[in-house]
Write a protein that binds this ligand. Structure first.
Ligand SMILES: [Zn+2]
Length: 280
């Protein structure tokens, strides 16, 4: 599933092609991608509007339209937003927005992703959206905030970081990578993580996200940017998808386990259950 760096990659690549353009026609081939409106309802509110901006919050993209409304998009597992300069045969397109020039195409093999019509300001009513935590790449996500979220919590640290109400934008890949970089075992109770460790974890989250962005995202299976290019960050991952291989730090074999139902990789040496006091 695309996480913050992948969604942000789509946003930065797409924005120059679509922002400022008017939507002249809407084509919906799979009505189930529209989550809170009908095809005529969507068409009525969208055709004739200009795309004034494209913003991201967590793993959501929001196309800000002229007038009061916006189109909110979540790609889920296999959703792809692509820009096409001209009309072409597109049997896999679930939805197409014809723009003044070019088209915005939505493909989604499994159709878990979708579109919502929402007001630009105020509550959207989209499940999970209005209660999103601060964006993992935003200024409000500070080490102090993270410390507050962890304090007294019995939940495992990985489950807590995956919770979009705590922090928006992280998923399985970048959480495993950040916990490895911070030397914290994914199944540790949040409350046992020291102030110093929280500082390291916060910095590690920033680093792994920045690395993901710099490489145009991680493509494990489906992710492509709006030009159809795959990301390259998979070549730089330290633990995700590397179970059974030697730890890049210490050579210990990386293990695979489940933490709150999610496949999880870590180094049993670098990420011990409890770190002994380190002597520097
Ligand atoms: Zn190790």
């Amino acid at each position: 599933m695309p996480e913050l760096p992948e969604v942000e990659t789509v946003r930065t690549h797409l924005a120059p092609y679509v922002v400022g353009k008017r939507i002249v026609q809407v084509e919906v081939n799979a009505p189930n991608v529209l989550k809170n409106t009908t095809v005529p309802g969507f068409r009525n509110r969208v055709v004739g509007k200009r795309i004034e901006g494209l913003v991201r919050r967590g793993k959501y993209l929001q196309f800000l339209l002229s007038g009061e409304q916006a189109v909110l998009v979540h790609l889920r597992m296999t959703g792809k937003l692509l820009y096409r300069p001209a009309l072409q045969e597109e049997p896999r397109a679930r939805l197409r927005l014809h723009l003044q020039k070019g088209l915005l195409v939505y493909e989604d093999v499994r159709t878990f992703g979708g579109f919502w019509l929402v007001p630009k300001t105020g509550p959207t009513g989209v499940p999970g959206y209005d209660t999103l935590g601060p964006d993992a790449a935003g200024e409000a996500f500070t080490a102090a905030y993270l410390r507050q979220c962890l304090a007294g919590k019995k939940r495992m640290i990985k489950a807590l970081l995956l919770d979009q109400h705590v922090v928006a934008g992280l998923g399985n890949i970048y959480v495993d990578e950040a916990l490895f970089a911070a030397h914290i075992r994914p199944d540790r109770q949040a409350a046992t993580i020291s102030r110093t460790e929280v500082g390291k974890l916060h910095a590690a989250i920033g680093r792994v996200l920045a690395q993901g962005l710099a490489h145009g995202g991680t493509t494990i299976r489906d992710f492509v940017d709006s030009n159809g290019r795959e990301g390259t960050n998979q070549s730089f991952l330290q633990v995700y998808g590397r179970e059974g291989m030697p730890c890049p730090h210490c050579g210990t074999r990386l293990v695979y386990t489940k933490v709150s139902g999610r496949g999880t990789r870590y180094c049993p040496h670098c990420q011990r259950k409890r770190r002994r006091t380190q002597h520097v």
